[in-house]
Design a protein around this ligand. Structure first.
Ligand code: SAM
Length: 349
């Protein structure tokens, strides 16, 4: 079977190809075109679609790798078909990255990227891109899997995608600091069954220590959905409602994107991609988000439109926005009691 995607045409007979990831690859091409890098290592290539598109659409010099000899044959054939040159390696991605440095590495695995992150952080010089499809382990649905793979604790909250994305970012950032590298998300998103993050890398002893200023915990009360941000080493008392806090983390508490970079990506985008990027740009950086239906249910309140709640919070001087991953969630630096107060206020219900 042959598929056409972007400027590429690839044969996917006998190799992995997921048409549902097309949106991700389309958006990736705009991200890659915004990165000022030349080399791109497609560490888990399958058909080679991502690397071939990176070469054709973002002008990258792609290097391909897959452990499966069938995939290697398919990549070689697809390179010829598309008139693209590129080295093709048949190895274990973790071993290849231990032996050789790459300017930009992309880890797009089946399920969890965790087994590849240590060697990717060791090898990558300027950029690292990571996909995770094991969202249950990251978002608190599968607490033990999260602990085993990502060394962080989570329970399922009303805004589990916020937690999942931050657990993934936190894990990758922590893995890199032992190599004196500071990683910062340039852009990240949650969509359908996967999380995607593109990082910029700075090799710096001082900066790699300072990333821990943006790492910490969310104290979460499952009774009233209150969330409090705690830095590394900080503790949590009992929740004001009498409930007990669960400490979720360590997770990334910093920005989920770099605004300038994301704006440049958005300038290149059209249609659905543009609309999605506008949502990401409209989102504030606070790690505290709330599901309005979940809060309304606790207090038996009617649900007002999300924009009305965001508007009211802003009028009161708080930072507030919608989220890109849930139509009924708000992000805000206001306390959950303030959000409930707004839900209660008659004039907006
Ligand atoms: N990036 C591809 C795309 O955009 O269509 C999809 C990659 S697919 C999800 C994962 C690929 O990783 C498979 O082709 C599999 O053979 C390969 N793989 C699994 N374990 C590997 C390892 N340890 N080293 C290298 N490749 C591996």
């Amino acid at each position: 079977m042959e598929v056409e995607e972007g400027r590429a045409r690839v044969k996917v007979e006998g190799v992995f190809y997921n048409p549902r990831m097309r949106f991700c690859r389309d958006l990736d091409m705009l991200v890659f075109a915004t990165m000022d890098s030349k080399e791109y290592f497609d560490a888990l290539s399958a058909s080679g679609i991502r690397g071939i598109r990176a070469a054709l659409e973002a002008g990258k010099k792609a290097v391909f790798n897959d452990i499966n000899p069938k995939a290697v044959k398919a990549i070689e054939e697809n390179l010829r078909e598309n008139g693209v040159g590129g080295e093709v390696i048949n190895g274990d991605a973790a071993a290849v990255m231990r032996q050789r440095a790459f300017e930009h590495i992309d880890i797009d695995p089946f399920g969890s990227p965790a087994p590849f992150i240590d060697s990717a952080c060791f090898s990558a010089k300027r950029y690292l891109s990571v996909t995770a499809t094991d969202t249950a382990a990251l978002c608190g649905s599968a607490t033990n899997s999260g602990l085993k793979k990502y060394g962080a604790f989570a329970v399922k909250t009303d805004v589990y995608h916020e937690v999942g994305l931050r657990m993934l970012i936190g894990f990758v950032v922590r893995e890199a600091t032992k190599y004196e590298k500071a990683l910062f998300p340039l852009i990240s998103w949650v969509r359908e069954h996967y999380y995607r993050v593109h990082f910029k890398i700075k090799k710096s002893t001082a900066m790699s220590a300072r990333v821990y200023e943006k790492m910490g915990y969310l104290a979460y009360c499952s009774t009233c959905l209150r969330k409090k941000v705690l830095g590394m080493g900080e503790g949590a008392e009992r929740c004001e409602c009498g409930g007990k806090f669960s400490l979720i983390g360590p997770i990334w508490l910093g920005e989920l994107k770099q605004r300038d970079f994301t704006e440049k990506v958005a300038e290149k985008a059209e249609g659905k991609l543009r609309a999605f990027l506008e949502k990401i740009l409209a989102e504030i950086d606070a790690p505290t988000a709330y599901s309005l239906p979940a809060l309304a249910k606790i207090h038996s309140l009617t649900l007002p439109p999300t924009d009305v709640v965001v508007g009211e919070l802003k009028k009161l001087g708080y930072e507030a926005s919608r989220t890109h991953y849930c139509g009924f969630c708000v992000k805000t630096d206001a306390d959950r009691d303030m959000v409930v107060k707004i839900l209660r206020s008659r004039k907006i219900i």
